[in-house]
Design a protein around this ligand. Structure first.
Ligand code: ADP
Ligand code: UDP
Length: 237
């Protein structure tokens, strides 16, 4: 599959057209960013690790009944995906309090939630991805009631599947973000699932194995992503 013109270049991935109007190539770059692009760096191997990590997770989700945009891995850093009309919304599920919910609600990091919680955010970097509710989404036409229901249900279902997967490998899925889009009137999971967009802790030691290592200057960022991949049985080389 030949890469056509660039459609979009984001903070960590670039999106290219292909000769099929219904398909795109996602290029996972080594660029990494945090705090809405205020902190940026290049991390050797990260693009390759995330591309293969994402392929593994998307295929696992497909096997478990979640429809995704993923088609195939086409190189170390590229995947072929269905072209979606993305909804400008981020769906976050949390099992343990960390990150923005701690700041917003004055909660201590690491508290187990009595049940997983769900939040919508508007995908808008200049506004720092503000938290929004379903009424905002419907009032401004960012998605329909049905799409909101489907995104919520699917995100909780992904949480069940992946929490089990990580638990079996001695890791805890703390929280994660998903993005969805429309493909021929069907809502599909798009974008990526990688350690860039979730929090994963070693269950025994609570060591952070995700992008918080970059956010907090803990070092060994890609080494931690590789460790997670290895523990899940993902082949990188
Ligand atoms: P950001 O836009 O947040 O900086 P990325 O660097 O990851 O993020 O850029 C990838 C972009 O591609 C995102 O805006 C994402 O919404 C979009 N995208 C992901 N999957 C698809 C898809 N299947 N079809 C169209 N756009 C997609
Ligand atoms: N997240 C993401 N992209 C965003 C915002 C959040 O991938 O633009 C992920 C983040 O890595 C974490 C989860 O969503 O796993 C919840 O993020 P949070 O709201 O705590 O924000 P943070 O403090 O991480 O910016």
């Amino acid at each position: 599959m030949q890469r056509g013109g660039e459609l979009y270049s984001g903070k960590a991935k670039s999106v290219y057209k292909t000769d099929n109007a219904d398909q795109l190539i996602l290029l996972f770059r080594d660029d990494t960013s945090a705090f809405d692009g205020e902190k940026i760096d290049q991390l050797d191997r990260k693009g390759m690790v995330n591309n293969k990590f994402n392929a593994f997770i998307m295929q696992l989700l497909e096997k478990n009944g979640i429809a995704t945009h993923f088609e195939s891995l086409i190189s170390d850093n590229e995947s072929l995906v269905k072209r979606l009309e993305m909804l400008p919304i981020e769906c976050v599920v949390r099992n343990i309090a960390a990150g923005s919910i701690c700041k917003r609600l004055g909660i201590e990091e690491g508290i187990d939630l009595k049940q997983p919680t769900f939040e919508f955010f508007l995908k808008n970097d200049p506004l720092h991805d503000p938290m929004i509710n379903e009424y905002h989404i419907r009032s401004f036409g960012w998605a329909s009631t049905e799409q909101c229901q489907q995104m919520t249900e699917l995100t909780f279902k992904v949480n069940e599947i992946l929490s089990n997967t990580f638990a079996q490998a001695g890791m805890t899925l703390v929280d994660f973000k998903l993005e969805f889009g429309m493909y021929q009137d069907k809502l599909l999971l798009g974008d990526e699932f990688t350690p860039d967009g979730c929090r994963i802790w070693d269950t025994a030691t609570r060591e952070k194995l995700d992008k918080d290592r970059f956010r907090r200057n803990l070092g060994d960022v890609v080494e931690a992503y590789e460790q997670v991949a290895e523990r899940l049985g993902i082949e990188l080389d």
